[in-house]
Design a binder for this molecule. Structure first.
Ligand code: DGJ
Length: 746
């Protein structure tokens, strides 16, 4: 069994994949953290005093244990105000106005299955392991305030992850105000730690960044109301500088789409604490009997670098995040109207475009922004979700029908969380927006944010979305969100609950998504927020693919997709071939390069195919034929990063199938060098004892056979190429040859 408990010593040992996680309720009931790292056999060490050192100026909570200070003991869920001066996990203000929060052990339970916080997305789904997932629930309590906290630890023994969250319940008789409640905290031993994060901005999301953790606090946070383009709810610590293939990595990733904070703190003695959860800008009132669940955070350990970490996250998210049937299905190749027509979409052009799309092999056409009444630009009409009478005189259903007639599926764009001032909805319900009294409302992209904490608003959104999906036969929805929150308040809540609004907004969003995605399980939902501004596991739970970035330039996409792949499998990232000069910054790249970059994720197109030459259309037809052939490999194979475009002159990656019989290698150059060197790209994930037929498919043609290469040679020496053009792409398709064929004799 993966959870071992010694009741006598109150010692807990969790084995998850290649990792173990160990803690214990020690003297006075404090829950001390002992270990997180490579898998260990369960045993009960006799003496762990060496782990507890007393320090000058470190208060002790009891004279009976003058060697035990909360300032030095490693802990599972550290409280506030009793002498632990590091960052803490929970802070609760009581009716007397003080915020001392002191949690000690009460009991524990071992439960079957995953544990799931109420109203929040979570890890679920079928496990492959015998016995399946298990949960350890450890109950702690503040004996003064009677705040009861259950710390949940869920594991499945085939993955090196521990999924943690906390359930807080006021079991006392007085009102409590939760001012901070992380999902998890963990203390790591002294070491030369580096932090690793994924910052960005609009058009430049999730770029890998790292640095040495020095004394003090390293913070990753969003207070924008969404996980945001700027920050990602992820933080890892690596032993030494991060590497793809070696060194231990300890990561936290929050399954949540709103404000969050992640912290790595190194105290002056060199001990390190890492924690993550709801941003402390929030506060939540718990009346007696009330409770609050924190979002889940995934703690992932990898002993062999970022590649192992990514493969753990990819497997977890591909197989156990969400219950949407689309999670496990191959995804259709999409043509999106946005960069083709912007707001000028109309019935005739959409059907014409769809006809060309069908001819090149596209499978689904999306009518992006601009299809609804009054929407001529981004200044108006959000909220008026009925078809535009001039652009779609027979309604959106007629265009869906006509596109279906062509043998294609059809999708539409929506932005349900927003309202334009110039809209019937706003004129009817000006009070349905987030806002605070006496302050003007800031606009973002000329729009206001609907109050998703208001049940009337939630009901209205569910109703119109239900009607739209029920009455039109739409197969796909692109769910956009084009601004961050400001003046975060709601007229529906009393003063002492206004600090709950940002979190309640996210809960309202999840309620809508839960209802609508369950009602229409056949509809494929794609998340979007001005590109990848809300690309997080909370959204992925409901929408199994997300628009990675509004930046569709193939060269900028190298680093965006590279960073995103740290946590998300390629099938989760949508990527489109767009026109040149590129609409974001006018760069001109070859069609094949745009093809290979988009091909390396969830492929789509976003350009006016009617404007292309017959030759270009033919090239796209060949891209699509190859994608259809290799789609299972790309969407559900194992992904390896080979060269980091932010550091190297090129970006490279590869996909390998489960049995190591087939692989695809893609290598994209940035700027060419005059008389540059021959470079060797070392491959990964192949079988060293197997021979592979290597076919150069860079031009998406029939392929140029390069003969048979041993897996050992491909991984040890690599594939050679000397790039002589800017933005050139190389791609090789590898197929294992049957055993009887000799290696290296062609
Ligand atoms: C932002 C999205 O990221 C784009 O793809 C497009 O859908 C526009 N919004 C439409 O307004």
């Amino acid at each position: 069994m993966p959870i071992f408990v010694d009741d006598k010593t109150r010692y807990f040992h969790l084995n998850a994949g290649r990792s173990s996680y160990i803690f214990q309720a020690i003297e006075e009931g404090y829950v001390a953290h002992w270990y997180w790292g490579p898998r260990l056999a369960p045993e009960w060490p006799a003496d762990r005093r060496a782990l507890l050192v007393s320090r000058p100026f470190a208060p002790v909570t009891s004279p009976d244990y003058d060697w035990l200070s909360l300032d030095t003991v490693p802990q599972e869920y550290p409280g506030w105000g009793r002498g632990d001066y590091r960052v803490t996990a929970i802070r609760v203000r009581n009716a007397q106005g003080n915020d001392v929060t002191d949690l000690t052990y009460v009991g524990h339970d071992v439960l079957p299955g995953w544990s799931c916080p109420q109203l929040l997305p979570h890890v679920a789904g079928q496990s492959q392991t015998v016995g399946g997932p298990q949960t350890l629930a450890v109950r702690v309590q503040d004996r003064v305030t009677k705040l009861a906290v259950t710390l949940y630890y869920s594991i499945d023994d085939d993955l090196s992850v521990v999924v943690r969250w906390a359930h807080l319940e006021n079991q006392g008789t007085e009102r409590l105000r939760i001012e901070q409640a992380w999902s998890a905290s963990v203390d790591l031993p002294y070491g030369r730690w580096h932090w690793l994060q994924l910052p960005g901005h609009w058009g430049r999301e999730r770029h890998l960044e790292w640095g040495e953790l020095l004394t003090g606090t390293h913070v990753v946070e969003s207070i924008r109301g969404t996980s945001s383009h700027q920050a990602h709810p992820f933080l890892a610590l690596t032993e030494g500088a991060p590497s793809e293939t070696h060194g231990a990595v300890y990561a936290m990733h929050l399954i949540y789409s709103g404000n969050f904070m992640a912290v790595a703190h190194k105290d002056p003695y060199g001990s390190v604490r890492m924690g993550m959860g709801l941003h402390p800008a929030f506060a939540w009132t718990l009346e007696p009997g009330e409770s609050l669940d924190t979002p889940q955070v995934v703690l992932a350990y990898a002993g062999q670098g970022l590649e192992e970490l990514s493969q753990t996250f990819h497997t977890l998210y591909r197989t156990r995040l969400g219950v949407n049937p689309w999670r496990d299905r191959l995804r259709p190749i999409v043509l999106n109207s946005w960069e083709a027509m912007y707001f000028q979409v109309n019935h005739r052009d959409m059907v014409e475009l769809a006809r060309v799309a069908a001819d090149v092999g596209i499978e689904l056409v999306v009518v992006d922004d601009g299809w609804f009444d009054g929407r001529t630009d981004d200044r108006r009409a959000l909220g008026d979700w009925r078809s535009h009478p001039e652009k779609f005189p027979r309604g959106i259903k007629a265009v869906v029908d006509d596109i279906h007639e062509l043998g294609l599926q059809c999708g539409v764009w929506v932005e349900p969380e927003m309202v334009s001032r110039d809209s019937d909805l706003y004129r009817r319900h000006p009070g349905w927006c987030l806002g605070v009294p006496e302050r003007p409302l800031s606009e973002g992209r000329h729009q206001l944010v609907l109050d998703l904490t208001n049940s009337a608003v939630i009901e209205w959104i569910i109703d119109w979305l239900t009607a739209l999906l029920r009455d039109t036969g739409i197969d796909y929805v692109k769910w956009d969100m084009n601004r961050h929150l400001s003046e975060v308040g709601s007229r529906g809540w009393p003063a002492h609950r206004q600090a709950e609004v940002a979190h309640r907004y996210v809960l309202g969003l999840y309620q809508i998504l839960e209802t609508v995605t369950q009602r229409f399980p056949h509809v494929l939902f794609e998340g979007c927020s001005g590109g990848g501004g809300r690309f997080d596991p909370g959204i992925l739970y409901y929408m199994p693919q997300i628009w990675t970035s509004d930046n569709s330039d193939a060269i900028d996409r190298l680093a965006i997709q590279y960073g995103t792949s740290l946590l998300y499998p390629p099938v989760a990232m949508t990527a489109h071939v767009s026109a040149v000069p590129n609409h974001q910054h006018r760069r001109v790249t070859p069609l094949a390069t745009r093809g290979w970059v988009a091909f390396s994720a969830n492929l789509g197109y976003e350009l006016d195919l009617r404007q292309l030459t017959a030759r270009e259309r033919d090239a796209i037809r060949r891209q699509i034929q190859w994608y259809k052939r290799l789609r299972p490999l790309v969407q559900f194979g194992t992904f390896y990063r080979l060269a980091n475009p932010a550091i190297d002159q090129s970006g490279a990656w590869m996909f390998v199938d489960d049995r190591c019989q087939e692989a695809l290698v893609v290598w994209v150059n940035q700027l060419a060098e005059v008389a540059g060197p021959v470079r060797w790209l070392r491959l990964r994930g192949l079988r060293p004892d197997v021979g592979y037929r290597v076919v150069d498919v860079s031009d998406f043609g029939a392929g140029n056979d390069q003969g048979i290469w041993g897996g050992d040679r491909l991984m040890g020496q690599g594939l050679p190429w000397s790039f002589d053009q800017d933005f050139q792409a190389k791609a090789w398709h590898l197929v294992a040859i049957p055993d009887k064929e000799a290696r290296g004799h062609e």
